[in-house]
Design a protein. Structure first.
Length: 121
């Protein structure tokens, strides 16, 4: 019988230090929306920004690779904590973590999402 598993995703900015999680993934390789003219460092992720980040081919490749890795980790441990980081923890990490949550959450997996740098906005 399968047991209920928990996943905690913590988004963060590397410039503020790493959170207390079991595993870390750095999504700083993605193009930063804060450097695009239509957004700035304090812009909140919206649908256009999500499309910008998730539409990057490298983002899709990353998601297609990391989701199975997280599933594997969850087979070994029923309470996995994963940090998803970028430079300031406000855009790329938030959008990627929300997509990971969307792809993984189901009846036997509860995903808790914490945006650590949200208080800095």
């Amino acid at each position: 019988m399968d047991q209920h598993r928990r996943l905690t995703l913590v988004t963060f900015g590397f410039k503020y230090g790493t959170p207390n999680t079991n595993y870390y993934f750095d999504v700083s390789f993605l193009r930063n929306p804060a450097r695009e003219p239509q957004w700035d460092l304090f812009a909140s992720p919206d649908e256009r920004m999500r499309t910008f980040v998730l539409g990057q081919p490298l983002c899709q490749s990353f998601l297609d690779s990391v989701v199975p890795v997280i599933r594997l980790l969850m087979e070994c441990d029923d309470d996995v904590r994963v940090g998803i980081g970028c430079s300031s923890g406000r855009h790329r990490s938030v959008i990627v973590a929300e997509e990971i949550k969307r792809r993984l959450e189901c009846k036997d997996i509860t995903v808790r999402l914490i945006h650590r740098e949200e208080v800095l906005s």
